[in-house]
Design a protein around this ligand. Structure first.
Ligand code: G16
Length: 567
């Protein structure tokens, strides 16, 4: 500790567009880098935390997904935390730590929350996206009451505080203290290893010996392919699969070096953006394949020859087989939850097991209270997120290790396991169409018109022919949710059209895009005729998709005649 660092109070002008979306604030990287845009948002966060607890008593965690401006962002946060009198920051080495690992560190060291510098699955680089999200002391994303309060502050901010003379090497694991002008206590920064705590957590959840033998027994027969899409997960993948599980020969990895622009990849693990994995799997050399997103909370699971497991089915299959995982044998299994647009596949497992099922709005933040109050053990979303109450974020690696634990125990292929699941529960066919980055007001007008139908009930009981089928609308509403724990109320979470045969169409606008508007169309239809189970989902759902596009007049409102992504 040498010298005293001066606190500078710099003038700034507020922005009107710093309202966090589904998961934090996401904007073009250049926007964050200019005109104190980043500093304003961080200062508003510190001001908000200070209202709950004096910052001089707070320890906060800082990590990010390694994209462009993460390292610089971490350094600015350190300088601003010092000036705002924060007691201590725990910082990931080089600023790189996956979102689930940050959640773990927040919980493990009983801190007051943290900041994750990520735009998750959005592309990175100077010409792409950047993001900031805040997590609370349970390790989960800040709920809307907090993000709205931060947003209020961003619209009134006039100054931010910074100690610009603080310089610390964030590549070296160490602790350092700084004397700050006007402060009675030193400001401490601890740089920690990004992977160690997380690996320890995984070892406490899974039986690594079983996984090791799966990957090392009959090597030629059980090979897997993991693609980290040049996001944050590379170091976690190599450490867990190659070192801890000693699977160098059986686990082939790709894109495991975190890159500032994700090597040009769109780090979103779906069939469109993770096509490299799909193509690698199609040759039939690998029994299992997985990809992660930029910050490591999303996952995509594939079986041999690219057999696709929808995230909705992934959640249901894991729910049906949780007892193979030591963590759940010890902690027991509470209920389950899914976001509203996610298919009802897990509902059927919950029903069979006599467990509670919760349906929440889109956004992992809505699962936090349910986990904290032990109402649910695992939850998931159609947007490739699956996780459990071991942390308060979705967790891509957890999902992959869960799947491998199940496969090791049941000794079946991914496809066989799915087929068996459908034989027991029936099959929810599911698809999502994304119409990304639409300019203009068309998407909003389209949603407004659909809201009008919900209010007037004029489509209720109407029958629509589509292809060889007829669909009668049983319910049409704009989804709202009252949190069963704190009674907080959230409305306008997506238009639901539910038909008399149980099929569902959902329309909503994405809250994670950074340019224009992204319309999402979700279609879910249940079948219990075994002769349909091996049918192609797109083929099965075509009549409902056509009907959805007609009811919404999507082409007329958006000018788009095909989606950018189909999953
Ligand atoms: C975030 C949220 C998820 C949500 C997803 C999609 O994921 O954490 O809960 O399902 O966005 O949201 P939207 O449909 O509004 O774009 P991530 O992985 O981007 O943080």
């Amino acid at each position: 500790m040498s010298g005293t660092h001066k606190v500078e109070i710099r003038e700034t002008k507020p922005f009107t567009d710093q309202k966090p979306g589904t998961s934090g604030l996401r904007k073009p990287t250049k926007t964050f880098k200019e005109n104190n845009y980043f500093e304003n948002f961080i200062q508003s966060y510190f001001d908000d935390v200070q209202e709950q607890k004096p910052l001089q008593q707070c320890t906060l965690v800082v990590g990010g997904d390694g994209r462009n401006f993460v390292k610089e962002g971490v350094k600015i946060i350190i300088q601003m935390a010092a000036a705002n009198n924060v007691h201590k920051l725990i910082v990931a080495s080089n600023g790189i730590m996956s979102t689930p690992a940050v959640s773990n560190v927040i919980r493990k060291y009983s801190t007051d929350g943290g900041i994750v510098l990520t735009a998750s699955h959005n592309p990175g680089g100077i010409n792409a996206d950047y993001g900031v999200k805040f997590n609370i002391s349970n390790g989960g994303p800040a709920p809307e009451a907090i993000t709205n309060s931060i947003w209020d502050k961003t619209r009134q901010i006039t100054h931010f505080k910074i100690c610009s003379t603080i310089d610390i090497d964030i590549s070296q694991l160490h602790k350092q203290q700084f004397q700050i002008e006007g402060s009675s206590q030193p400001f401490e920064v601890e740089i920690i290893d990004s992977v160690d705590d997380y690996v320890e957590l995984m070892k406490s959840i899974f039986d690594f010996d079983i996984l090791k033998s799966l990957l090392n027994y009959e090597k030629e027969h059980f090979k897997i392919m993991i693609n980290a899409l040049s996001g944050v997960m590379g170091p976690y993948v190599t450490r867990i699969f190659h070192q801890e599980l000693q699977g160098k020969d059986s686990v082939i990895v790709k894109n495991c070096q975190p890159l500032e622009d994700f090597g040009g990849h769109h780090p979103d693990p779906n069939l469109t953006y993770a096509h490299e994995l799909v193509e690698d799997m199609e040759h039939g050399d690998y029994e299992f394949g997985a990809a992660f997103d930029g910050d490591g909370d999303r996952n995509m699971i594939l079986g041999k020859k690219g057999f696709f497991v929808t995230p909705c089915d992934s959640l249901a299959v894991l729910a049906a087989n949780l007892n193979v995982i030591p963590y759940f044998r010890t902690h027991g299994i509470n209920g389950y939850a899914r976001s509203m647009p996610t298919s009802g596949a897990v509902d059927r497992v919950a029903k069979k097991q006599g467990k509670e099922l919760y349906e929440t709005p889109t956004g992992w933040k809505f699962f936090g209270n349910l986990m904290d109050s032990k109402k649910i053990s695992i939850c998931g979303e159609e947007s490739f997120g699956t996780g459990s109450d071991h942390i308060r974020e979705k967790d891509g690696m957890w999902a992959v290790l869960s799947w491998l634990s199940v496969l090791a125990t049941v000794n079946k292929s991914v496809e066989h396991l799915l087929n068996q699941h459908w034989q027991t529960y029936g099959r929810n066919f599911f698809t999502r169409y994304d119409y990304e980055e639409i300019d203009g007001s068309g998407p909003f007008a389209m949603l407004k018109r659909l809201e009008g139908f919900c209010m007037s009930n004029e489509l209720l009981n109407k029958t629509f022919p589509s292809g060889t089928k007829q669909y009668t609308i049983q319910l049409m509403d704009d989804f709202n949710y009252t949190d069963p724990i704190d009674q907080s109320y959230t409305e306008k979470q997506g238009i639901r059209i539910i038909f008399t045969d149980g099929s569902r169409i959902v329309f909503r606008l994405s809250g994670t895009g950074s340019r224009g508007a992204t319309v999402r169309l979700y279609v879910d239809s249940y079948e219990n005729d075994p002769s349909t189970y091996d049918k192609d989902a797109q083929e099965m759902l075509q009549p409902l998709v056509s009907l959805a596009l007609n009811i919404a007049q999507l082409k007329e409102f958006t000018g788009r005649d095909k989606p950018t992504v189909i999953t």
